[in-house]
Design a protein around this ligand. Sequence first.
Ligand SMILES: Nc1ncnc2c1ncn2[C@@H]1O[C@H](COP(=O)(O)OP(=O)(O)OP(=O)(O)O)[C@@H](O)[C@H]1O
Ligand SMILES: [Mg+2]
Length: 1221
Amino acid sequence: MTVFLMRPFVLLPSAHCRALCGQPRLRRLPGSGPAAAGSVPCPGFPEPREEAPFVCSATIAFLCLFLLRGGGGAAGPRAGLGASARGGCRCCVPQFPCPEGGPWAPAPSWAGRGRPQCGSCPGGSPGSATPATGVPQAAGTAQPPAMEATASLLDAAAVGDLVMLDPLSEEALLRTLQERFSREEIYTYIGEVVISVNPYKPLPIYTPEKVEEYHDCNFFAVKPHIYAIADDAYCSLRDRDQDQCILITGESGAGKTEASKLVMSYVAAVSSKGEEVDKVKEQLLQSNPVLEAFGNAKTIRNDNSSRFGKYMDVEFDFKGDPLGGVISNYLLEKSRIVHHVKGERNFHIFYQLLAGGSAQLLQKLKLRPDCSHYGYLNREKSVLPGMDDAANFRAMQDAMAIIGFTPAEVTALLEVTAVVLKLGNVELSSCFQASGMEASSIAEPQELQEISQLVGLDPSTLEQALCSRTVKVRDESVLTALSVSQGYYCRDALAKNIYSRLFDWLVDRINTSIRVKPGEQRKVMGVLDIYGFEIFQDNGFEQFIINYCNEKLQQIFILMTLKEEQEEYVREGIQWTPVEFFDNSIICDLIENSKVGILAMLDEECLRPGTVNEDTFITKLNQIFASHKHYESKETLNAKHVTDISLPLRCFRIHHYAGKVTYNVTGFIEKNNDLLFRDLSQAMWAAQHTLLRSLFPEGDPQRPSLKLPPTTGSQFKASVATLMKNLYTKNPNYIRCIKPNDTKTAMLFTPDLVLAQVRYLGLMENVRVRRAGYAFRQLYQPFLKRYKMLSSRTWPHWMGNDREGTEVLLAELQFPPEELAYGHTKIFIRSPQTLFDLEKRRQQRVAELATLIQATFRGWRCRKQYQQMRKSQILISAWFRGHAQRNRYKQMKRSVLLLQAYARGWKTRRMYRRYFRSNARMRLSNFIYRRMVSSDGISASPPPRGCAQGPGPPFVPPAQVQKYLIGLRNNLPPMAVLDRTWPPAPYKFLSDANQELKGIFYLWKCKKYREQLSPQQRAVLQAKLCASELFKDKKALYAHSLQQPFRGEYLGLTQNRKYQKLQAVAKDKLVMAEAVQKVNRANGKKVPRLLLLTTEHLVLADPKAAQPKLVLSLSDIRGASVSRFSDGLLALHLKETSAAGGKGDLLLVSPHLIELVTRLHQTLMDATAQALPLSIVDQYAGPRAWPTWAFPEGAWAGGGVATAQGVSGRAGWNRAAHWAG
Ligand SMILES: Nc1ncnc2c1ncn2[C@@H]1O[C@H](COP(=O)(O)OP(=O)(O)OP(=O)(O)O)[C@@H](O)[C@H]1O
Ligand SMILES: [Mg+2]
C-alpha cells in the first residue's frame, strides 16, 4: 500500500553550539535553573549579553519566556527537526549554515538528491547539487569543525542517523547497525526515532556526566542517545506545553523496560530539585521495583520479562517539575501463577519473598524458605544467575516504604501473596457421593488450615468453596459436588484471580501515593512499556493478546509516522511521490473488528448458549477468515491444497507485522471467560482479612450481580482503545528496541534476527519517508506568530492573512525556494537545517528583543533611580547649603562685630591721639568741653541764626564753661597723691563734670606718680601691697609694719666678712636676710639663727659660726601660720616627706614677720606659681609629737622668751594648741 508521511520534527528553544565549536552552549530560559557546570559560551555563536536573561525582574523573565515560547506556547503542532536536520552545507557543518558565511545555494531536495551547499567551503561550489546518494562527502573531503556527534553522524561506515545511509538498502542498514553495535554505540536515529540495540551488558553511557551532556541539548548536535530523546520530549513538554508520550516497542527482551527506566531517571535528574519534588521523583522511580517484583518474571526470552503492560503518565507543573503520575496496567499474565514452562519462573515476588523474607516474617506468613516446597513454583529450586532475589526483596520493601505503604499494608500484601503460593499446595482427593457421583475433598487439611488462619476464614467455608459449587435451578440453589479436576480448576482460578486482583490493588495503591491533587494544571509525559511481541513454540491466549497490543502500537507508529503525514501532503496540495510501506490495519481489523474480528468471535462463543468449546470456535474462524490474507489454519490451507505440517489442528496462524505466529486455541474460551465461581468470591469476601475481602466485592451476598462480567478479550480491547486514544492526543517519541541475539549474550549481534526485526519494525520505510519528506510543517498562524519578529514587515503585527505574512517573512529571509512549500493551511520546510537557521535567527532576535526589553527596563529603572536620587540630592544640598550659609553668616557676623569693635577702637584711639596728643592742652579742653556739654545734654553750638530753638537740650553759652575750665587750670590741687583736694564746681550744672574731672585728675596724678618710681621702689611698693593683701585687718602687727620700709637685707652680708660662706650660699638669689630666733619645740627655748631667704631655699644658719644649719627647699614648705596678734611668731609647716619635715614644723620668731611672710609668699609665687597657704588663726593645731603650748600675748614680740606650759603632762596627738589670746 502506498502511504505518505513525514514525521514531525522537534525544535528546541534552547540551542547548543556543538555545531560550530564542539562546546556545549547552554542558553537557558529565564528561571529554568542553573546552567550546566563547565559550559562555556561558544566563540562562534554571538552570545547576547550574558546577564541579559537573568538580571531582569520577574516581568522581564516572563516577557522573555513569552517571546521564547513563541507567544504563549501556542506553537501548534510540534515544530521539530528530524534526522534530516543534519542537512546544512554539505561541506561544512550539517546543522547550521556555512561557518564561512557562504551563501545558500539553491539545491534540490536532499532526499536522494543532496542538500544545499555553500560556495565558500573547500570542495563546495554554489549551486552544485550533491550526488544522488545524498551521503555527505564531508567526512572524506572538507573537515568540519571538530564535533564528536557530527563525526558520528557523518561516519559513512556507521552513520548515526540512518537517514544518511548510502546506499539505502537493508544490507547497508543492517551493516550500519552492526558496525555501530560493535563500537558499543547501541543507539541510532532515524530522524527522531531512536533505535536501541540491547547490548546485554552494562555500558558506561548513563553517568551523571552524560545526563549533564544531554541536558538541554540540541537533539541532533549530540551523539545518538536515549537521553537525547528524553531531553527532547521533556523540553518540548516544558517549553512548548506539549504533552508527550514515549512509545517503547520491541520484542520481549529487546530492552523496553530498561529504556523506560532510563527515560524516567533522566527526567528525574534534569528536572529541578527540592524536597517536595525529590520526594515525588523518588516515589515515581520506586514504583518500578515494586511493580517489577509482582509483574515481572523470568521467561525463556528475558530474565526480567514484564508480564503486564505498563503505561505511566508522569505529570509536571508549568515549570517542568514532576508533580506525580498515574500508572495504568494492562492484562497481567495471570496464567503464569498456576503454570509456567520449564526454564521459566513464576513472578519474582514469590522467589524474593522466600529468599529475602526474615525467618520471623516467613513464620508469620506460614511459609518455608524453600521454593521446591511449592507446587506453583514447579517444586524446583529456581536460582537465577545474576539475580539476587533476597536483595531485590529488600529493595522492594524499601521502595514500598518510600512510596508510602504502611507496614500494615505491606504485611497484608505479603499475606495475600502467601495465600496464593499456598493455594498451589492444596491437594484434593477424590471420593464418591452416595449417589455415586464423583466428588472431591481436601487431601491434606494442614495447608488449608494455614491459609484460613492467614486470612481469618473458616476452613470449612474454604473447603466447601473449593470442592463444591452452588447452582441455581430456577429459584432454588443446589449445591453440587465438584470432581477433583474441577476442584483443581477452582483452586487455580482462585489463585489467579487473587493474584491479578492483588496486582490491580497494588497499582491502585501506588497511584494513591503518586496521584496529583485535582485542580492543578499539568503537562503530561506518558511512558509506555508494554510486553513485547512474542513468538513461542506454543502460543496461547496470552500471546494472542500481547501480540494484538503490539500490532496496535505498530499501527499507531505507522499512522503517525508514515501514513498520516503522507496523507497530509496530499491534503495540503504539496507535490509528493508516495512511499510504499506495509499498513497493518488489516491485521488489527482481523483481530478487533467488532463484528467479524477474532475477539468478537471468541466473545460470541463464550456467550453463546449450547455446546461451546475451542473446536466450535476455530471452525467458526476458519469459515469467516477462509480467504483472509493474514489468517491461516489447517483447514484454510487444505482448502488451498497447501500442506503445512507446522500448523496442527486446533491452531490458527496470523501473519503479524512482526512475523507469523501460530496460536493454539486450547484455553482460549476459558481464559477469555475468566469466570470465578460465586462460591469462591463469597468465601473470599467472608474472610476477615481486610485486603483480601476488598478484592472480592462481588462476593458480598447483599449485592448479588447477575450481570456477566466482560470477557478478558473485550476488556483488553477496550483498554487498548483507550490507550491508543490517549496516545493520539500526545506528541509521540519512539524508541524502537531491537534484540540482537536470542541467547542474551553480551555484545553478540545475530544479523538474521536483527534483520527480521528491522523488517517488521518498518525501519526501511521509515528511512525512505524521512529522506523524501519535509522536515517541518506547521500551520501558518503559529508559524507566523513564532517567527514574525524576524521581519520588520511582520513585526510586531501583520495585518494581512497568515499565509501572506508567512510568505512575506520567508521571502525576506531569502531561503532557497525549493526549501519551502506552501500548503493550503501549512508551511512546509524541507531541510531541518533551514529550520535550524530559522530558529537560530529567531533566538538571536529574541535575545536582541530581550536585551531591548532589558535595556528599556533598565533605562526606566535607572531614570527612576536617578530622579529619586536627584530629588534627594536637591533636598540634601538645600539643607546643607542652608546650614552652611547659616554657619557662614554667624561667622561673618562674629567677624564683622570683631572688625567693628576693632575699627571703633582704632577710630577712638585715633581720635584720642589726635585730640589728646597733638595740641593736647587745647584739644583736651575741647574734648572735655564737648564731652561735658554732650554728657550734660547741653548743645555745644547755638542754633543757626534765624532758627527758633527746637526741642532738645537748652543752649548754654560756652563762656561759663570756658571760665570754669580756665579757673580750674589756674587752681589745680597739688600733685601729691595723697592729696585728694579739688575745687568745687562754680555752677551746679557743672557739678557732675567737676566730679568726673576730679576722678580723672586723681587717676592722672597716680599715673604720674607711678611713672616716676624706680624699679626698686616699685618692687617695695608691690611687696607692701602684697603685705596689705595678706595681713591688712587680719593681724595686729601689720599696722606697725606700715611705717617700716621693707629692706630685705638686714644682716649686711656683703660688708661682714664673717658671713662670707652665707653669701656664697645666697649668691645672687638672696631675697631676704635677717636674724631670727628659732623656738625649740621641746622646751620653747629660743636660739638665735640667721635666716636667709633665697629664690630657691630658706636657710637657717648659726650666727656664731655663720654656717647653715638647716637648708629648706621652698617646695618643702607646705604653709605658714601666724597669730592675729602683734607677735613675730611664725610657724612654718613643712611637708612630712621632706627631710626637715620629719621633725615637725619650724617655729621662728622674726622681728620683720610681715616682711618675711610677704617675701616668702612672693618668692613662692615666682618659683612655683602657687600662693603660700597662710593661716592667721587664734588657735593652732600642732603636728603630732608636739606638746601643747600656750603663749601669752606679746611673749614673742621682739624676741621675748617663750614659756612652755603643758596643758597636759603627756605629749598628746591631735590636741589643740592655744595661742594665748
Ligand atoms: N541499555 C541496556 N544496557 C545494558 N543492558 C540492557 C539494556 N537494555 C536491556 N538490557 C538487558 O536486557 C535485559 C532485558 O531488558 P528488558 O527487561 O528491558 O526487556 P523488555 O523489552 O522489557 O522485555 P519484555 O518485553 O520481556 O519485558 C535486561 O534485563 C538487561 O539485562
Ligand atoms: Mg519489560
